[in-house]
Design a protein around this ligand. Structure first.
Ligand SMILES: *[C@@H]1O[C@H](CO)[C@@H](O)[C@H](O)[C@H]1NC(C)=O
Length: 431
């Protein structure tokens, strides 16, 4: 459902091509001002990439490349300090902010200064690190595997198990070496929370590296999921992967071409003048309550999301639903499982091993991360500080990154909780 409608319209958008992004971009560049708040130019913000966004709005930016133990080259964006407040360089507490499925670091930037989570954290005095998981638009690189090789698809044989088990350790170690900070906050959104659970259950020694785990729309169990597409996917999970890999599809809507398609689509159909804008809204956020969704921003959101993923990431979520177990990736073949895991069925992730102080945040209207599943997760984690509903009744999965009121509903409270976790840590270390 998520992007199905837009996918169907994609061909039309590229064929139509009546908008001229380049001409409009040139015009837009003339109007840009570094001190702007919100988005001061929709077309421009849809076309430039995440580093371009940060620079445009006058924030300090570093682009790092982190190599994983298995050779993936991850692009990590860092905003080391604020622009208006806390604007001097210096040692600051680190906030590692990890994106969701089909997402990227850009999702924490698109709402613009004053609103987007990355800028709000930088202004609050945090050293903000925004990684990109293997395979997305910014991390489609490997030391020796080719993401565009349609033969073996070796590059695409990973799920969020590898993102948690291999990407996150490389990123965390890189941050420690680079900043000298031994501990950091981890803020995960959706699949970003899943990856954290994978990391700390498989490698519990990493718990010690985190001051707090702020889980936004956490995804682990799907016992109460009402998302029909996922239910259908789950039925055909084992067939789907075989078919996709045989056809040469290891990737879902990623790379430069898809980004251009979605950007063109967003600019053409989702702008304020388009009579199709309501359709864009319905395709992306559904037909529910959208009073706090700023429709004007749609071309910017669609210009940066989806950002690509491996097909296996989706398959792995389908397995969780089908087998009703939050377990490692099932390779279908019991012997492959046996070789990799020492058992014919993949082992469950042991959530009791996750001892980082956990703060779970959920939206009451989020069908992707059902609140009953979030409560269950809170019970099973080793050190849950609290499970917090976002106040607005209609807060949904997309409001965490796109909600016009995300700052007042969530981000400001998040920062209060991070500070209280820092104080608790200081007290403990003094005892
Ligand atoms: C919606 O976004 C546009 C463009 O960034 C901005 O000018 C406008 O103020 C926003 N509307 C609200 C209600 O925040």
């Amino acid at each position: 459902m998520l992007y199905a409608l837009l996918l169907a319209l994609a061909a039309a958008a590229t064929a139509g091509g009546q908008s001229s992004p380049n001409a409009r971009l040139a015009e837009a560049l003339l109007q840009a001002g570094p001190a702007a708040r919100h988005s001061n130019n929709i077309v421009q913000d849809a076309l430039i990439d995440a580093p371009g966004l940060v620079r445009k709005y006058g924030y300090p930016l570093e682009v790092h490349h982190v190599v994983t133990a298995d050779g993936y080259v991850l692009q990590v964006h860092r905003i080391p300090h604020g622009r208006d407040a806390n604007s001097r360089p210096g040692p600051r507490p680190v906030a590692l902010v990890m994106h969701g499925l089909l997402c990227s670091s850009a999702d924490f930037l698109v709402l613009g200064p004053g609103n987007a989570l990355a800028y709000v954290l930088a202004e609050a005095g945090y050293d903000v690190w925004l990684p990109n998981a293997r395979g997305n638009f910014y991390s489609r690189r490997h030391l020796f595997l080719d993401p565009d090789d349609r033969e073996g698809l070796q590059f695409w044989k990973f799920s969020w198990d590898e993102i948690g088990n291999l990407d996150l350790p490389a990123i965390v170690n890189f941050i420690i070496v680079n900043t000298g900070q031994q501990k950091m906050h981890y803020i995960g959104y959706s699949q970003g929370t899943t990856a954290f659970l994978v990391l700390n259950s498989l490698r519990p020694e990493y718990n010690d590296r985190f001051i707090s785990f702020q889980a936004l729309a956490p995804s682990a169990f799907v016992e109460n999921n009402q998302n029909n597409l996922r239910a259908i996917m789950a039925q055909f999970e084992s067939v789907l992967e075989a078919v996709a890999f045989n056809l040469g599809f290891g990737e879902v809507v990623g790379g430069e071409v898809w980004r251009q398609v979605f950007t063109a689509l967003g600019l053409t159909f989702c702008n304020d003048e388009s009579f199709l804008q309501p359709l864009c809204v319905a395709a992306i956020v559904g037909t529910g309550e959208i009073e706090n969704f700023n429709k004007t921003m749609l071309p910017v959101f669609v210009g940066h999301n989806p950002a690509g993923a491996a097909f296996r990431q989706i398959i792995h979520y389908s397995q969780v639903l089908r087998f009703q177990r939050f377990a490692r990736y099932n390779h279908g073949n019991p012997l492959t499982n046996l070789a990799l895991y020492g058992s014919m069925t993949p082992p469950e992730y042991d959530l009791s091993k996750i001892t980082t102080p956990a703060y779970l945040h959920y939206g009451k209207n989020d069908v992707q991360s059902d609140f009953r599943d979030v409560l269950l997760l809170g019970e099973r984690l080793g050190n849950t500080i609290g499970v917090y509903p976002v106040e607005r009744e209609t807060f949904n999965h997309f409001d965490f990154i796109w909600g016009g009121d995300a700052r007042t509903q969530l981000y400001d409270k998040l920062i209060d909780m991070m500070r209280s976790a820092e104080r608790a840590l200081d007290q403990n270390s003094q005892v």
